[in-house]
Design a protein around this ligand. Structure first.
Ligand SMILES: [Zn+2]
Length: 272
């Protein structure tokens, strides 16, 4: 340790053990604690700049450790987390091995969805093109890595929940229901939007309310609509399809899976 006199009374200069720069500390020599101070300073002496850097580094390391622990915990409680997100088992676990998909079953679809994590999406594809497995794979990753709050529904699930909410005496049941979907969720996946039968009038209303809430910004959650949106499918669901098409076109990234070319291609829903 280098000790230099200082112009400031009661102070001395010492060399920083990190960068070697001389900085000032209180004179400790000749005090009752001289030996203790000297021993401590021999080990490490940090100038204000180095101290700031070292503390910032320690804070970053602590945060990193906490983040690693959180991820480990997420994996340890995976089943509970999967259930809380409503993700179906068969979209999360590999049916052959019974283990979690290590790789997304349709990588290009999952990669595209990951990039769309802050967007509203309409993803069309025929059965077996990997819409649901990819969406569920990305949902788990978003929850694990970015702590996103994700919920998965099929349109059928959603409609039956909606029907029970409307049966209750509570006049605000509708609003509370929508708030449950939009209020506390970062991403809501609605799968199997296109079914065989035309959906009920109240179901159409619900879907339209969701699109409208997206449109006017009330919907905090991102919405991913999955289904086989064949040409004419919007008309098949909605008695009044024009406003639906417009809201989809304006607010959603509408695409379809081209399984042959392994590509995601733009889908025109507004054009007939
Ligand atoms: Zn220093």
């Amino acid at each position: 340790m280098t000790i230099q006199p200082s112009e400031n009374p009661g102070m001395i200069g010492v060399d920083c053990s990190e960068c070697g720069k001389i900085y000032e500390i209180e004179e400790f020599r000749g005090t009752a604690f001289e030996e203790i101070f000297r021993n401590a300073l021999e080990k490490e002496r940090w100038c204000p700049e180095c101290r700031e850097k070292i503390i910032a580094e320690e804070t970053r390391e602590k945060a990193e450790l906490a983040e690693r622990l959180r991820r480990t915990e997420f994996k340890a409680n995976l089943e509970r987390n999967r259930e809380a997100m409503n993700l179906p088992r068969y979209y999360v676990y590999d049916r052959q091995t019974g283990e979690l998909f290590k790789e997304p079953p349709c990588r290009y679809v999952a990669q595209w969805l990951w990039r769309q994590r802050r967007a509203h999406v309409l993803l069309s594809g025929v059965t077996g093109t990997g819409k649901s497995t990819s969406a569920c794979y990305v949902a788990l990753k978003l929850a694990e890595e970015l702590q996103h709050h994700v919920k998965y529904y099929t349109l059928g699930n959603l409609l039956s929940l909606w029907r029970s909410a409307r049966k209750s005496e509570d006049p605000e049941a509708d609003l509370k229901f929508l708030w449950r979907i939009f209020g506390k969720t970062d991403l809501t996946i609605i799968d199997e939007v296109i079914g065989k039968a035309r959906i009920s009038e109240s179901g159409q209303e619900l879907l339209f309310d969701i699109l409208e809430a997206v449109n006017n910004g009330e919907c905090r959650s991102r919405i991913w609509l999955l289904g086989n949106f064949y040409s004419g499918s919007i008309e098949a669901i909605f008695a009044d399809p024009e406003p639906v098409r417009r809201r989809l076109q304006e607010n959603f990234n509408c695409v379809r899976i081209d399984a042959e070319k392994k590509q995601i291609v733009k889908l025109e829903v507004y054009k007939k």
